[in-house]
Design a binder for this molecule. Structure first.
Ligand code: GLN
Ligand code: ZN
Length: 777
């Protein structure tokens, strides 16, 4: 019997082994680090305020990492990701790991303390913070590595290794995650003009090699190097950098998973196939079409990791469809197939678990990061063991998809009918700018160099308390209305006293420029706890567009009408534009973004029409997110710009020639999209320029931007009060580029984060500067 048993055990073992040879594996590229209840945010902020010590923060961080690994483990993933954690930002942490810190801070990279790390991120008394910018086409912001010829990559902090050791001590199969060297270098900047940062590549790669070596010493088998830069338009020298970097890293003897995401990387598949890497990750959610290109070129031994669960959005996956789409790939690749989310889950909220108020029907259509882990494991089991093994989960997924597709909440016939009736005429003002401008001058009777503001005025603690109390039900609708109206009245009186020409109501009733409108539109849902890290300890809670967007009734008309009734000056109506509404929300994946943008445009168009009918002569449609909607590849820009510009125009174009449409954008890179900015055909555009000392305006001048412009004359991000002379100088500079008769005078952006004293002082100087200059025209 003994021998019999042995042989059957052997047989089973053999069967398991050969089965394992054919089993696709699961992993993830990264998990959100903030914690289900934003524990990391609160621990960071308490440390910054000096209310807790370093040990307190380290303890919270360690507990979060453990909890997130447990979730990955519980979902049965073959690897847990480590290195995706950061005390502020993963790019800054990479700089700290490599010891590549801006020399201006004077820190010893090997001895960097957590407090100093935060000084790099937030600035200190002597040094401004490192520059921050958006991570590819996401709303996450990273700290730009600041490199020059003297930068070394020799020795930084050991935090990564400590985290790896933590995971190893828990007995977990760890796959460290790092930003790859080429992407790191590509995202870096040098303040030395003419410095070619590619000259740093050999030293940088040597630094990475030392890191990999130390991982190898810990028994690590696989490391993931994130190279989303592979999805950008790359010049030949950057493509060569991939070859040079990865050939050098090969010597470390670790298996490398080269991870691309956010776009197709298919055009570089041939190049990547020749690199000495053992695996490649591709994003099949964003760019499903790239699979065949990779299949055709990847060497027989290379792992292919397919990103099939959306890491950028919050919808439940179609599990059966995904599993079926992977069947032939699994047959071909066996254990060389890895299944993953499309990118790090950093861009999704942590868990649906805390959503108690969210409408049950809509909730059943969603999957946040934690739920996505379970989705991965179901897909893998369906692929490895057959659909029958997870039939109940697949049926549940089918049912959720079906329910969403057929729900009466999604399709609104009224919207569908309006959409079907959209014509190009609706995107065009009655007359061209010259004619409109003439009529607006007659109708509005504004002085030369008219002064205005961007919309919001200081959101005092009292205003915030009023809104919060009303939300909690502690204030009646009438009390709330009275308080908001009192705020508006004060704001109007102050603007009159300052002598501003075009007034605003101040946005006291708005907590957020997207949420305020989303809450009044059909098709929008809001979470209680759906936080996503934006930068550092800052998190945002993007609303969810789940259905056709419909405006059941006016949203701002009563407020604006009231504000106008207080003054004989022109009151500017204040709306958020369709592209920004789209860009700062989680959007539908069952129709193109362009269609959702068009629906938003139609809703805003109705609002614009109603404001005009209520006697409002100047209407501003904010589009601060217009530029960030640009695709990563230049080749895709034209298509985006076409529908984005059209959406804006449709929102604006219903009004009479005499009604003046403003738009506002607050960033400084316009030059490459100026024709589209002009095509939006706003009568007035206000932009950020003060930080670049009006340089930005040069582009508008060279391009001969035809309509009126309000270049921001002072930076609202700082409490500093600009002098009359400083503003005058900026305006004089602006007059050299743009004819004075087309110039407006205004701050860079809204004033909601400022206090009243500096706001009034700054605006008084601004108005004075405009008056002085008028005399000189
Ligand atoms: N009207 C908004 C405000 O003034 C504009 C905000 C923005 O540009 N982000 O607050
Ligand atoms: Zn702005």
């Amino acid at each position: 019997t003994c021998r019999l048993m042995n042989s059957s055990v052997n047989h089973t073992l053999h069967a398991i082994q050969s089965l394992e040879m054919h089993m696709a594996r699961t992993h993830l590229l990264g998990f959100p680090r903030i914690g289900a209840n934003r524990e990391l945010k609160f621990a960071q902020e308490s440390f910054w305020r000096g209310e807790s010590d370093e040990a307190g923060l380290l303890g919270v961080a360690k507990e979060l990492r453990r909890r997130h690994w447990e979730l990955q483990r519980a979902a049965g993933l073959d690897f847990v990701a480590a290195g995706d954690f950061a005390y502020y930002d993963q790019v800054l942490s990479t700089s700290a790991l490599l010891g590549a810190l801006p020399a201006r801070f004077g820190f010893d990279p090997a001895e960097l303390s957590l407090a100093q790390y935060y000084e790099l991120a937030r600035g200190n008394k002597a040094q401004p913070a490192m520059e921050m910018t958006k991570w590819f086409d996401t709303n996450y912001h990273y700290l730009v590595p600041e490199l020059d010829a003297e930068t070394t990559f020799d020795h930084g902090v050991d935090w990564l290794f400590e985290e790896i050791d933590e995971a190893l001590a828990l007995g977990l199969p760890v796959k460290p995650v790092l930003i790859g060297p080429v992407t790191y270098l590509r995202l870096s900047k040098s303040h030395v003009t003419g410095f070619d940062r590619l000259t740093l590549l050999p030293a940088l790669v040597a630094g990475y090699s030392r890191v990999l070596q130390r991982l190898k010493e810990r028994g690590i088998e696989w490391v993931q190097l994130d190279e989303p830069a592979l999805c950008l338009d790359l010049e030949p020298q950057w493509l060569d950098a991939f070859t040079a970097a990865y050939e050098a890293l090969d010597a470390a003897g670790l298996k490398i998973l080269l991870a691309s995401y956010f776009e197709t990387a298919a055009d570089h598949a041939g190049l990547v196939a020749k690199l000495p890497v053992q695996g490649v990750h591709i994003d099949l959610v964003r760019a499903a079409g790239q699979l065949d290109a990779w299949r055709a070129v990847l060497p027989a031994q290379t792992i292919l990791s397919v990103g099939v669960v959306d890491g950028r959005n919050i919808w439940r996956s179609d599990l059966r469809k995904i599993a079926r789409s992977l069947a032939s790939l699994q047959a071909e690749l066996g254990e060389r197939l890895w299944i993953a989310p499309s990118c790090s889950l950093l861009h999704t909220p942590v868990s649906l678990g805390a959503e108690r108020k969210l409408d049950a029907e809509i909730k059943s259509w969603l999957a946040f990061a934690t739920e996505k882990l379970d989705e991965l494991s179901v897909i893998a089991r369906a692929v490895n063991e057959g659909e029958a093994a997870v039939e109940s989960q697949l049926s549940a997924s089918d049912a959720a998809r079906f329910a969403r597709r057929t729900s009466s909440r999604v399709v609104n016939q009224l919207v569908q009918r309006t959409l079907a009736a959209v014509t190009d005429d609706m995107a065009t003002r009655k007359s061209g700018f010259a004619e409109r401008n003439r009529r607006q001058r007659d109708a509005l009777q504004l002085p030369a160099l008219p002064t205005t503001t961007i919309g919001s005025f200081p959101q005092t603690p009292a205003i915030r308390q009023t809104r919060a109390a009303y939300k909690r039900g502690e204030l009646s609708a009438l009390e709330y209305l009275e308080r908001i109206r009192a705020e508006i009245e004060t704001t109007v009186r102050r603007q009159e006293a300052l002598g501003l020409d075009v007034l605003v109501h101040g946005e006291a009733e708005r907590n957020d420029m997207v949420e305020y409108f989303g809450e009044q539109l059909w098709g929008y849902a809001f979470t209680e706890n759906g936080w996503v890290q934006s930068y550092g300890s800052r998190c945002v809670k993007p609303p969810i567009i789940y259905g056709d967007v419909y405006r059941p009734e006016p949203m701002t008309v009563e407020t604006t009408r009231y504000a106008q009734s207080l003054t004989r000056k022109h009151m500017k109506g204040m709306l958020t534009g369709p592209v920004t509404m789209l860009q700062w929300s989680f959007v539908r994946d069952d129709q193109p973004r362009s269609t959702t943008a068009l629906q938003l445009a139609l809703a805003i168009r109705s609002e614009v029409r109603d404001l005009e009918a209520a006697g409002i002569r100047v209407i501003q449609i904010d589009e601060p997110a217009f530029r960030e909607g640009l695709p990563l590849r230049k080749g895709d820009w034209a298509a985006y710009l076409l529908w984005a510009v059209r959406a804006f125009r449709i929102s604006a174009a219903s009004v009479a020639d005499e009604t003046q449409i403003h738009t506002h954008m607050c960033y400084s890179e316009f030059n490459d999209i100026l024709p589209s900015i002009a095509a939006m055909d706003a009568d007035v555009i206000t932009i950020e320029t003060s930080r670049s000392a009006m340089e930005l305006l040069d582009g508008f001048g060279e391009f001969d931007y035809p309509n009126e412009i309000g270049p921001g004359v002072y930076d609202i991000h700082s409490p500093r009060v600009p002098s009359v002379e400083a503003i005058e100088r900026l305006l004089l500079r602006a007059c050299e580029v743009i004819p004075a008769e087309r110039l407006w005078v205004n701050p860079d952006c809204g004033l909601k984060t400022r206090g009243w004293p500096e706001t009034e002082a700054a605006l008084a100087n601004m108005v004075q500067a405009a008056k002085t200059l008028r005399g000189k025209l």
